[in-house]
Write a new protein. Structure first.
Length: 390
């Protein structure tokens, strides 16, 4: 760790839109670990986005972060209201003497990089905060062959010139970025998400656990419809069950599909709950995503010794790299149902693979290593506090 990180605490503001899901988990872990190392950290997030656990998590952060938590209305799509948030970021920079603005996700990245252009920062360039951006998927999920994708990619190209550093959580994310926009003008690092020591606790399924478990946002991108159709193909006496944990915009669609597939007695929509509790209620985690970045839930499942069936998308191959956990082709109901059937037929071997994956993940994905790498990247930019506008 650099001398500055040890002796001169930084004022760091993390910015994201929705304080839910894996992106929020990443920000929580990073912010709390930075705070434990003596830095003054704050979080700015959307006041309108939440799930059943958001308030509890925000309260915990507010108690442990020196700068606290700031909530402000944010729209998911580009809107004139973004100007108000950008102004708020500038105000917070001036009020708290922010050294580092770190945006997460497309909206967080927008606010972090434009918010640093407040008049006070432009007049005092030597004190202007350094701007970092972690995409977390976001606009990278849109194809550049479609109008919306082209719009998002164009915005990203402009914002790249206002960045002091881009942090990708996987090689996949960096490759996708470069394929869409070309090589970034700003410096980049690949810094994988990490897990806490407390995550590496084996969680045994309880006596009433479902054979299969899904945890995530309920939208088509996550492939819940594919999972339901795959489950409908599986037979048995009794036939295997599925617990779906989470909420999202397509929940009603998935509930209706479960009815149409005559899965009423085999599928439970359990709502939002902590992953540790969900793991006790399902034997095998299934991630049938059509697209991903580096899903935290896959890392959490591995840490809890939960067998994993996942599609070969995004950074998932990087999670299982070097192990015998195999992945399934995306958008393929037949392949997914076959993998689910095989996992049940030889469950002893399925559990043995999970143990090997757990060991691998424990050696490669830690919050401590993640935070050290991020702070070192900040330090490189802070060593020469000239504005990053080209």
């Amino acid at each position: 760790m650099s001398k500055r990180n040890n002796c001169q605490p930084l004022n760091i503001l993390h910015i994201l839109r929705a304080p839910v899901g894996g992106l929020f988990r990443h920000v929580q872990d990073l912010a709390l670990e930075q705070a434990s190392r003596g830095h003054r950290v704050g979080i700015l997030a959307d006041s309108n986005s939440s799930d059943g656990l958001t308030s509890q998590k925000l309260d915990h952060l507010n108690k442990h972060l020196a700068l606290g938590v700031f909530l402000f209305p944010m729209d998911r799509a580009p809107a004139l209201a973004d100007l108000k948030v950008i102004k708020e970021v500038g105000r917070l920079c001036s009020q708290h003497g922010i050294d580092v603005l770190h945006g997460h996700g497309a909206k967080g990245g927008l606010y972090a990089r434009l918010g640093a252009l407040s008049p006070s920062n432009l007049f005092h360039k030597a004190k202007a905060p350094k701007r970092f951006y972690t995409p977390h998927g976001g606009s990278l999920h849109y194809s550049d062959h479609f109008l919306k994708g082209m719009m998002y990619m164009s915005i990203e190209m402009v914002l790249d010139r206002l960045s002091d550093g881009l942090i990708f959580e996987s090689q996949f994310a960096r490759t996708t970025y470069e394929e869409g926009l070309g090589r970034p003008k700003s410096k980049t690092r690949i810094i994988a998400n990490g897990l806490r020591n407390t995550d590496f606790k084996v969680i045994a399924p309880d006596d009433t656990a479902a054979e299969f478990l899904f945890i995530g946002e309920l939208r088509r991108l996550k492939g819940v419809d594919l999972l339901l159709r795959s489950l409908a193909r599986l037979e048995g006496d009794p036939a295997p069950n599925l617990l779906i944990v989470g909420d999202g915009p397509d929940r009603k669609e998935f509930e209706q599909l479960a009815e149409e597939l005559d899965l009423r007695d085999r599928v439970e929509f359990g709502g939002v709950m902590p992953a540790s509790l969900a793991f006790s209620k399902g034997k095998i985690l299934v991630l049938p995503s059509r697209a991903e970045s580096l899903p935290y839930v896959a890392l959490e499942a591995a840490a809890a010794n939960r067998p994993l069936i996942a599609t070969r998308v995004g950074g998932v191959p990087e999670i299982v790299w070097g192990t015998d956990t195999t992945l399934v082709a995306p958008n393929n109901v037949g392949a997914l149902s076959h993998a689910m059937e095989n996992a049940l037929e030889d469950f002893a071997q399925t559990r043995a693979r999970a143990e090997r994956l757990r060991k691998s993940v424990s050696n490669r994905f830690t919050v401590r290593a993640m935070t050290s790498a991020v702070l070192e990247f900040y330090q490189e930019a802070l060593a020469n506090r000239e504005p990053a506008i080209h």
